[in-house]
Ligand binder design. Structure first.
Ligand code: ADP
Ligand code: ZN
Length: 530
C-alpha cells in the first residue's frame, strides 16, 4: 500500500513539489497516481483543465522505464515535450512531422533508457517497427490520452484507437491509464471494453464547474446583445467568443473593436503567423477578446478567461461543455453566455442533412443536436441538465448560478398555439402540397400580406391571421421549442417545417404543450458573475 501516511511525504507528492512546483494534488489526482504507481490500470474521467496530465506524468517519473503516451493531438506534442523539458523532464515524441534523423535520435534515447516520457501518435502503433521498438525498451506505463477516440459513436472516433487493446495483450505487466474529458455513460463503457481494461479502477471527477455561470438567451441581434453583455458584465476582461463561420468571426471581431472592446479574430483561414500572433497576445495580454471558430482553444491554457460567449449553437453538449470549460480555470467567477435562435436550429439541421455523412452519422449528429436543443430550451437548472447529460448527479436540484435558477422562466400553456402552428403546416401540405420554412408560416399566422404570401395566395388559407395574439418573436420561440420537444421537424436545404410522429397527438388535443415564455428583453443584465 503506497498511500500517504501521517508525517510521511509520499514519493508522488515529493515529485509534484520538486518537478512541477505545485503545492498539492487536485481532486482525484493523488488516488490515480498512487494506483498506477502500484501497477494498477486506471480509467480516468476528468473535465478539461482538471489536470489529467499529471496522472500519468508522475507515475512515469517514479516507475522504472519510459512512460509511453498515446495521443492524437500531434500538433500539441512539440509544445508538451518542450514544456516538460523546461521542467527537467526527459521527454520526446515520435510522429509524422519528424524526419528520419530526428526520429532516430528519439528512438535511440528510448532504447538507452534516457526518456521519462515518449509521446506517440496512435497510427504509429500500427507499424511493426514501432511495436518492435517498444518491445526492445523498458516501459513504465502506457497512457492513452483522449481515450474517447475509441468510441465509434463519438464525433472524434479514430480507427487506430481500436488497435490499442493489443498493448494490454503484449505488455500484460505494464499498467495502463486511459484518460478522457468526455464522460457519457456509453463512452465510458466503450473505453473499458474496447481498450480491454476490465480490471481497471475507475476514477470519475466531478464535471461540475461551480464558478461558471451558465446563461442562454434568445437571439435577436447577436452582436449587439454580446456587446451589451460585455459592457455590463465583463468590461476589460479576457474572453473567447465562438462563431460558426470564418465570416462571422471577422465581422464580430471588427464590430467589437469598433465599439471599444479590443478583439482579434482566429480561424483556420488566417495564415499561421497571424494565428500564432493572436494566440500569443491572448495568452500574454490582459483583457483581450478572441473571436474564433472552434479551431481555437485546444490546448489553450489561460487561467483567467472570464467569459466564453457563443454566438452560434454548438453542435453537441460535449462541444458546449468543452468550449465553456475554457472559462474560469482559476476558479474565479466566470460566465458561459450564449445567444441562440431559431435560425441556428434550421442551419444546423441543414448542415447535417445536406452534409456528406452517411445515415448513421446523420442520426448521431441529429441526436447530439437534439440534446443541445434540450439544454437550450429547458426550464430547469442548466447545470443540473448538463451534469445529468454526463451521467452525474447534481449536488442540488437548483444550482443558483445559472439563468434558469436566477430568473426561473415563466411557463405558459402553449397547446393552442402549437395546434395553430401545426395545423398551418398540415394545411399547406394537404391542401396545397407545399412545404415552407418558419418565416412564411409565421407570416401566415400573423396575417401579414407580404409579397410572398400574396404570390402563393396564402392569405386565402383559413389559418391566415389566426395567430395575431402572439408577436413574431413569440412565434419563433414556439417553433424553436416545438423543434426541441420533437413535435415539429425541419428538413432539407430550405429548412422547411414538417410534422413528426408526435405532432398528431397535439393536433388531436391528446397532450398539453407547456412552453417557456420569451423574456421581455434579453436577460443580459441579470445575475452578473463578476
Ligand atoms: P487536462 O489535460 O485535464 O485538460 P492539464 O493536465 O493540462 O488538464 O492541467 C490543466 C492545468 O492545471 C495545467 O496548467 C496544469 O499545470 C494545472 N495543474 C494540474 N494539476 C495541478 C495541481 N495539482 N496543482 C496546480 N496546478 C495543476
Ligand atoms: Zn441552475
Amino acid at each position: 500500500e503506497m498511500a500517504v501516511t501521517d508525517g510521511e511525504t509520499s514519493e508522488a507528492l515529493t515529485t509534484l513539489h520538486r518537478v512541477f512546483g505545485y503545492e498539492a494534488f487536485r481532486g482525484e489526482q493523488e488516488a490515480v497516481v498512487e494506483h498506477v504507481i502500484a501497477g494498477g490500470d486506471a480509467v480516468v474521467l476528468m473535465p478539461t483543465g482538471g489536470g489529467k496530465s499529471l496522472c500519468y506524468q508522475i507515475p512515469a517519473l517514479i516507475r522504472p522505464g519510459t512512460g509511453v503516451v498515446v495521443s492524437p493531438l500531434i500538433a500539441l506534442m512539440q509544445d508538451q515535450v518542450d514544456a516538460l523539458r523546461a521542467l527537467g523532464v526527459r521527454a520526446g515524441f515520435v510522429n509524422s512531422t519528424q524526419d528520419f534523423d530526428e526520429r532516430r535520435v528519439v528512438e535511440a534515447q528510448f532504447l538507452a533508457g534516457e526518456l521519462d516520457l515518449l509521446y506517440l501518435a496512435p497510427e504509429r502503433l500500427r507499424l511493426d517497427g514501432t511495436l518492435d521498438l517498444l518491445s526492445r525498451g523498458k516501459i513504465s506505463v502506457f497512457a492513452i490520452d483522449e481515450a474517447h477516440c475509441v468510441s465509434q459513436w463519438g464525433h472524434d472516433f479514430r480507427p487506430d484507437y481500436l488497435a490499442l487493446s493489443l498493448l494490454g495483450e503484449r505488455w500484460p505487466d505494464v499498467p495502463r491509464i486511459a484518460l478522457t474529458a468526455t464522460a457519457t455513460h456509453t463512452t465510458h463503457q466503450e473505453i473499458t471494453q474496447r481498450l480491454g481494461m476490465p480490471r481497471a479502477r475507475h476514477f470519475v471527477a466531478s464535471f461540475d464547474r461551480p464558478n461558471i455561470q451558465y446563461r442562454i438567451v434568445p437571439k435577436s441581434d447577436a452582436k449587439k446583445q454580446l456587446l451589451a453583455f460585455l459592457r455590463e458584465e465583463h468590461p476589460g476582461d479576457a474572453g473567447i467568443v465562438y462563431c460558426l463561420s470564418r465570416n462571422s468571426v471577422e465581422k464580430t471581431a471588427e464590430f467589437l473593436s469598433r465599439n471599444g472592446v479590443e478583439a482579434v479574430p482566429y480561424h483556420a483561414g488566417l495564415d499561421a503567423g497571424t494565428r500564432a500572433a493572436h494566440q500569443s497576445r491572448f495568452l500574454r495580454e490582459d483583457g483581450l477578446v478572441v473571436v474564433a471558430t472552434i479551431a481555437f482553444g485546444m490546448g489553450i491554457d489561460k487561467p483567467d478567461v472570464r467569459f466564453v460567449a457563443h454566438l452560434d449553437l454548438p453542435k453537441s453538449v460535449e462541444g458546449y461543455y468543452q468550449e465553456t470549460g475554457r472559462a474560469g480555470r482559476d476558479g474565479l467567477p466566470s460566465t458561459a453566455w450564449m445567444a441562440y435562435g431559431l435560425n441556428d436550429v434550421v442551419q444546423q439541421r441543414k448542415l447535417i442533412q445536406t452534409g456528406d455523412g452517411d445515415e448513421g452519422f446523420q442520426r448521431r449528429a441529429a441526436a447530439h443536436l437534439d440534446a443541445m436543443l434540450a439544454l437550450c430550451e429547458t426550464a430547469r437548472c442548466r447545470r443540473g441538465q448538463l451534469l445529468a447529460y454526463f451521467g452525474q448527479d447534481p449536488q442540488a436540484a437548483d444550482c443558483g448560478n445559472c439563468d434558469t435558477c436566477l430568473t426561473p422562466p415563466e411557463t405558459w400553456d402553449g397547446t393552442v398555439a402549437a395546434q395553430k402552428l401545426l395545423s398551418t403546416v398540415v394545411r399547406l401540405q394537404r391542401e396545397r402540397g407545399q412545404k415552407f420554412g418558419a418565416g412564411q408560416i409565421i407570416d401566415i399566422l400573423l396575417g401579414k400580406r407580404t409579397a410572398r404570401v400574396i404570390q402563393f395566395d396564402h392569405d386565402q388559407l383559413s389559418v391566415f391571421g389566426i395567430g395575431e395574439d402572439l408577436t413574431e418573436g413569440e412565434w419563433r420561440g414556439v417553433v424553436r421549442q416545438l423543434l426541441a420537444q420533437g413535435l415539429l421537424a425541419v428538413e432539407g436545404e430550405y429548412g422547411t417545417l414538417v410534422l413528426t410522429e408526435s405532432s398528431g397527438s397535439v393536433l388531436r388535443g391528446e397532450r398539453e404543450v407547456p412552453l417557456r415564455k420569451e423574456p421581455k428583453r434579453p436577460a443580459a443584465a441579470r445575475g452578473g458573475g463578476s
